[in-house]
Structures are given as structure tokens and as C-alpha cells.
Design a binder for this molecule. Sequence first.
Ligand code: FE
Ligand code: FE
Ligand code: MG
Length: 167
Amino acid sequence: MGTRAREIVGMDVNELLRLLNEAYASEWLAHYQYWLGAKLIKGPMKDAVAAELTLHATEELNHAVMVSNRIIQLGGTPVTDPKDWQAISPCKYDAPNDPYVAVLLDQNISGEQCAISTYKALMDATNGKDMITYNMALTILEQEVEHEEDLQSLKEDLELMVIRGSR
Ligand code: FE
Ligand code: FE
Ligand code: MG
């Protein structure tokens, strides 16, 4: 733990650690949802979509690394047991039980929209109080915004292909 680092946080550190652990649990669920979805995917454009899902899986894991580092710096402990991830995460885990490309895209778009709200809330909570967490949340938020757009644009391409193909 960084003792001085903890002292300069201008908000309740335990509350901050709770928010950080929520984000941490969400990142692991997002990682797994993308990672497995990329392997199971079926349907048109599956190779292009799988490549994006695999890249996002890696990026979500990197978010978990960043958030866990901040939790440890502040003297907290990242959620130790995976069985607690779903209960702690504010974003739900959507199992890729239906591997059709459009279904996986929709599930992951919802996940990104939840992640965007989570990091926006973390920025609002830390603004002017903990600039290190604020800055980290901004870095991650920028990537979640990119993820949402990547998936929505793939969904749009898929829809155009399916509509034009049926004429
Ligand atoms: Fe993420
Ligand atoms: Fe994301
Ligand atoms: Mg991307």
C-alpha cells in the first residue's frame, strides 16, 4: 500500500475501493464474454467479428490489470474469488449460449454501454478528489467508447449485408 498515496485521496477510500472492485469484476466478466464468444461465433462476417471480439477480450483484460494495480496502490484487495464476480459487477454477464453473430454483437454492445456508464460514474465520483483514478477511468472510458462504436459499426455492416443479400 502507498500510505501517502492513500492520504491524498480526497474521498472515502473504502467507498472508492468498492467502486474500483465493481469495475474490476466487470472487466473479468467482459473479458470472458468476449473471449469465449470469439471462439463460438457462427454466421455471416464471423471472421471479422471474431477478430474484433478477440482484440476486445485482450483490452478488457488490460483494464482489469489497470484497475487491480490501482486497488493495490490504495491498500485494497481485488476480488479474490471468481464466484463473486457476477454479484459484485454492476454489468451483467451474458453467456454466449446463442453463437449467432448478431446476438453476440448485441450482448457485447449492451456490455459496453454498461461499462461506459460505470467509468463515467467513477469519473464523476473521483473528479477533483482522486486525479489518479480519474485519469485511469478516462483512459479506460476512451477505450470503452471505441469498443461500443466498433461493435455498432460491425452490426450495421451485418444488417446491410443481410438486407441487400435478401433482395
Ligand atoms: Fe473494459
Ligand atoms: Fe470494452
Ligand atoms: Mg476495437
